[in-house]
Design a binder for this molecule. Structure first.
Ligand SMILES: Cc1cc2nc3c(=O)[nH]c(=O)nc-3n(C[C@H](O)[C@H](O)[C@H](O)COP(=O)(O)OP(=O)(O)OC[C@H]3O[C@@H](n4cnc5c(N)ncnc54)[C@H](O)[C@@H]3O)c2cc1C
Length: 433
């Protein structure tokens, strides 16, 4: 009889795990809290436009997404576009992200520019990250490019994204982000990013179709309440409604801050690492506008007048009938601003947009949507490599991971897919034994 696997969470990691496990002959059930699959990459209906709640782009290095799309027969949906980046500093928008823009950037002296350019260039070539794990990203920036470059280019971005954690974020994590984006280029002068035709939902839907075609089941609006354990091995999962689904293997892919509640009564040794990892939340505003803010896909903002680190004009990547701009507000869920009304975040977003492009007026706004996540970004602090527990827990048959388990890689769809493959490999080997 086929061994049974329960996957908790139907984000990219959970669905990829279910897909690869079903292919390996396991009987699969996926339990998802939300009313839709996709996790952080899920779509919503933006007045007739199906689009991600949180912006999603692909990089040329996203090999595991590309391979999975090939297997699912949707490889042709990946589209690559020449994109550009801007930097809005003290009231002025500058082109950014290639050697000439750095050369002509008026806010830094030549020596700082050379030091900054060297840091970015060597970061894209580097592969050893162990030393960077012990260094704070803020220190790494200052050591390479100098205090002035840090103040102009990084300080505001770090403080607005990580708040009190800004000086604790590991350089290894930051380096990996810079490398992924820095290498997604057709040439030194041309950035190249990807989107999926139809959005991330095209990949999510193809996964759901493939899983169910292989006999797998996906339960939506059905949060896991408890992981069932007896005599040192996993037995199954109990859902919020009290239904117990028995299994030989369980893979949890939900954000680790939620894990201790599912393992109530477990030994502190097992729970402590999940309690130790901190996360930043995100309130992400999506605006539909009558006209474009700029020609750039991404605009970093360093301007004291707005508490916004950047704008993502998604319609400059994926062709859409209107200008679609994402404005992310990152902050710990305990931050007093996290619970503010949607209207306040929308008003702040419009303020930032009108700073960057004063021609945009209130009547250019067609629609707005606000998405919230309590655990959107793990804080990968210095020494983080030693804080991550093994995905295979001390409980036989139980694996637990989330987006910080593939540190120093940043959270990403492709990385979650790759990690899922490794977990399924272990479960499948046990099933064969
Ligand atoms: C603002 C933002 C922008 C991003 N941009 C990009 C990008 O441009 N490119 C990119 O590659 N990646 C991007 N990402 C990251 C990407 O979305 C994640 O890496 C990916 O979705 C992680 O997938 P996952 O399955 O590991 O986790 P998640 O997507 O978090 O999925 C976990 C799932 O578990 C479910 N869950 C939680 N609790 C329970 C429970 N008790 N029982 C059952 N289910 C539960 C959740 O509802 C969720 O569906 C972005 C993320 C954010 C927040």
């Amino acid at each position: 009889m086929a061994k049974r696997l329960i996957v908790i969470g139907a984000g990219p990691m959970g669905l990829a795990a279910a897909y690869y496990a079903a292919k390996r002959g396991l009987e699969v059930e996926v339990i998802e809290a939300d009313d839709r699959p996709g996790g952080m990459a899920a779509h919503f209906d933006f007045e007739g436009l199906s689009i991600e709640r949180f912006y999603h782009f692909c990089c040329l290095s996203d090999a595991d997404t590309l391979a999975l799309m090939g297997e699912l027969g949707i490889a042709d949906k990946m589209k690559w576009v020449a994109t550009s980046m801007g930097y809005f500093v003290d009231g002025q928008l500058y082109k950014w992200g290639e050697p000439f823009s750095l050369l002509f950037f008026p806010k830094l002296d030549l020596i700082s520019k050379i030091r900054y350019g060297l840091q970015m260039f060597t970061a894209t070539k580097r592969s050893d990250w162990r030393k960077l794990d012990g260094i704070a990203a803020t220190q790494w920036f200052k050591d390479w490019a100098g205090a002035r470059a840090y103040d102009v280019l990084w300080r505001r971005l770090m403080e607005l994204k990580f708040h009190d954690y800004a000086d604790r974020v590991s350089a290894a994590w930051m380096w990996q982000r810079i490398k992924r984006l820095g290498n997604s280029r057709a040439s030194l002068f041309e950035e190249r990013l990807g989107y999926i035709d139809g959005g991330s939902a095209a990949l999510i839907e193809a996964l759901v179709t493939a899983i169910t075609a292989m006999g797998g089941k996906i339960h939506l609006s059905s949060p896991a309440r408890r992981i069932l354990i007896a005599e040192g091995r996993v037995r199954g999962v109990e859902t919020r409604e009290g239904r117990q689904i028995m299994a030989d293997e369980v893979i949890s892919t939900i954000p680790t801050p939620y894990v201790p509640a599912l393992l109530e009564g477990a030994e502190n040794d097992l729970l402590a690492p999940y309690r130790r990892i901190e996360n930043i939340g995100c309130v992400c505003v999506v605006l539909k506008l009558k006209r474009s803010v700029s020609s750039h896909f991404w605009v970093n903002i360093s301007d004291k007048r707005v508490a916004v680190p950047g704008l993502v004009e998604f319609s400059n990547l994926r062709p859409l009938p209107h200008a679609i701009v994402y404005v992310p507000f990152y902050m710990p869920p305990s931050h007093p601003k996290f619970g503010r009304a949607d209207e306040d975040f929308i008003a702040d977003s419009l303020l930032a947009i009108r700073l960057v492009n004063p021609d945009i007026g209130a009547d250019d706004l067609i629609g707005a949507h606000v998405g919230r996540l309590r655990h959107a970004q793990p804080v990968c602090e210095t020494g983080f490599a030693a804080l991550i527990p093994p995905a295979q827990t001390s409980i036989k048959g139980l694996q637990i991971a989330d987006t910080c388990f593939y540190y120093p890689e940043d959270r990403g769809v492709s990385e979650s897919i790759k990690f899922a493959k490794g977990m399924v490999e272990r479960a499948a080997l046990r099933a064969q034994a």
